[in-house]
Design a protein around this ligand. Structure first.
Ligand code: SF4
Ligand code: SF4
Length: 455
């Protein structure tokens, strides 16, 4: 990567259009449709996606995740991390340019800015001129709309944690709980400051990914590049130029004007480049106008650009050791998570031994240990389970409840005792299991290990 281009204090990105811009607009629309729409979907008479922190459970459509399912959250985080590594190795900062929330929200804030303050030229002219009532009024309106949008994002994000319909009922009177009120305001301020005010500065100065993504690049990574062999020597075309006197770059500067981070891609790859391809769209339009082939700025690899292989080879070069390792890790995590989820049971149980005494003798002369069982039905269907024990000859489980009825996603705490004959239990501590069977099933659905103390 080359040294950074000096970045102007305030950037006024010029509006661009083209195929990559269309993809970006569609992605903004899709991600926002999902983000704003998901909390309103219902499933089984409750919010389809509800991260119910208060009761330690996450609902995602038909699946319910409990603290014991933390492994799936870890798997999800690993998939995100390795997915990003894989994506970056293959296609550079495509994530930053198209799907990162900072890019998406900055794009939305820029649309609001253009709507209220006009295009790039009008904004630059107004900002350079004297402070007028019109300028103040437009700025006030712009920030009012940005803050309103930010509040809506804060409200929606909080709606993933507190049912959004409850929040909506509280909205007219602002009768939110203290945490709900805090998070709505906090996330709104976060969105407004980062996307509305700081914008590209977050990508260039605050985002750690911009700093370490370079180590994931190699010469076969797809990056936005300027073809200097074709473009140089640059300069405006004149009628008296010879056919080969100049390269295809007419030095119009439009690729710099459309860049959201204000850099000049013709100076080589820079860490400020978020790979948004706005400069590709802009330059392609310039090439169309001067009847030159498109692609003076394009997605390509360092090796192809240096002529080590033709551009048609790029796809074939994608399969390289690093890509295969990341893909293998991702496939393993996927397969493990799916297999684990397919085998998981709808009942969870914690067995806690009563530590106030080790063992006691019943009136019948049996050795007895006491336990507290916490049973959770993780499904949304009522279920009935029977309890028993094994691990020592003649071991039996007794208590007021050896058959438990559990409502949907209900948790029940019950006291049970394990009893065994002193003739069958040697002194000391022994491993035993508490078994849970679904009504009518012979095989247990769950076996939890605990200790039984002999005399
Ligand atoms: S848009 Fe294309 S032609 Fe214009 S300055 Fe940039 S690279 Fe050169
Ligand atoms: S140089 Fe091109 S791809 Fe990189 S951030 Fe600027 S406009 Fe986007």
């Amino acid at each position: 990567m080359t040294t950074a281009t000096p970045i102007p204090i305030k950037i006024y990105p010029r509006l661009t259009s083209g195929r990559f811009n269309t993809v970006r607009v569609l992605l903004v629309a899709l991600t926002q449709l999902v983000f704003f729409g998901l909390p309103w979907l219902m499933w089984n008479h409750r919010q389809a996606v509800w991260l119910d922190l208060a009761n330690h459970r996450f609902f995602v459509f038909g699946a319910t995740f409990w603290p014991q399912d933390l492994v799936y959250l870890s798997a999800l985080l690993m998939v995100c991390a390795f997915g990003l590594f894989l994506w970056t190795t293959l296609a550079g900062r495509l994530w930053c340019g198209y799907a990162c929330p900072q890019t998406v929200y900055t794009q939305i804030m820029l649309w609001i800015e253009r709507l209220v303050e006009g295009d790039r030229k009008a904004r630059m002219k107004r900002d350079a001129g004297p402070a007028t009532f019109e300028r103040t009024a437009r700025r006030t309106l712009k920030h009012t709309l940005m803050i309103a949008f930010s509040l809506w994002t804060g409200f929606t994000l909080t709606g993933y944690f507190t049912p959004i319909r409850e929040l909506l009922h509280a909205l007219p009177t602002f009768d939110f709980g203290p945490w709900e009120g805090f998070w709505i305001l906090f996330y709104a301020a976060f969105t407004w400051i980062l996307a509305g005010m700081l914008r590209e500065k977050v990508c260039t100065h605050m985002c750690p990914y911009a700093r370490f993504q370079g180590v994931m690049f190699d010469n076969d990574t797809l990056i936005v590049s300027y073809d200097s062999r074709r473009g140089e020597p640059r300069g405006a075309r004149r009628k008296d130029d010879g056919a080969t006197a100049r390269g295809d770059c007419i030095d119009c500067g439009i690729c710099v004007q459309v860049c959201p981070t204000g850099i000049d891609i013709r100076q080589g790859l820079q860490y400020e480049c978020i790979g948004c391809a706005a400069c590709i769209d802009a330059c392609d339009q310039v090439m169309d106008k001067i009847s030159a082939p498109r692609g003076l700025i394009r997605y390509t690899t360092e090796s192809a650009l240096q002529g080590h292989y033709p551009e048609s080879e790029i796809k074939r070069r994608m399969m390289r050791p690093r890509v295969l390792v990341y893909s293998g890790i991702l496939l393993t995590i996927f397969a493990g998570s799916i297999a684990g989820w397919a085998m998981h049971t709808n009942i969870k149980m914690d067995v806690m031994r009563d530590r106030s005494y080790l063992t006691r003798q019943t009136d019948d002369g049996l050795l007895e240990n006491s336990y507290i069982l916490r049973l959770t039905n993780t499904s949304e269907t009522p279920r009935v389970y029977s309890l028993s024990a094994e691990g020592l000859p003649g071991l039996k489980l007794v208590g007021d409840q050896t058959t438990v009825k559990l409502g949907p996603t209900a948790t029940e705490t019950i006291a049970v005792r394990l009893q065994a004959s002193p003739d069958e239990v040697p002194k000391g501590s022994h491993t035993v299991w508490v078994l849970v069977r679904a009504a009518g099933d012979a095989a247990p659905v769950l076996r939890e290990k605990t200790r039984f103390f002999g005399d």
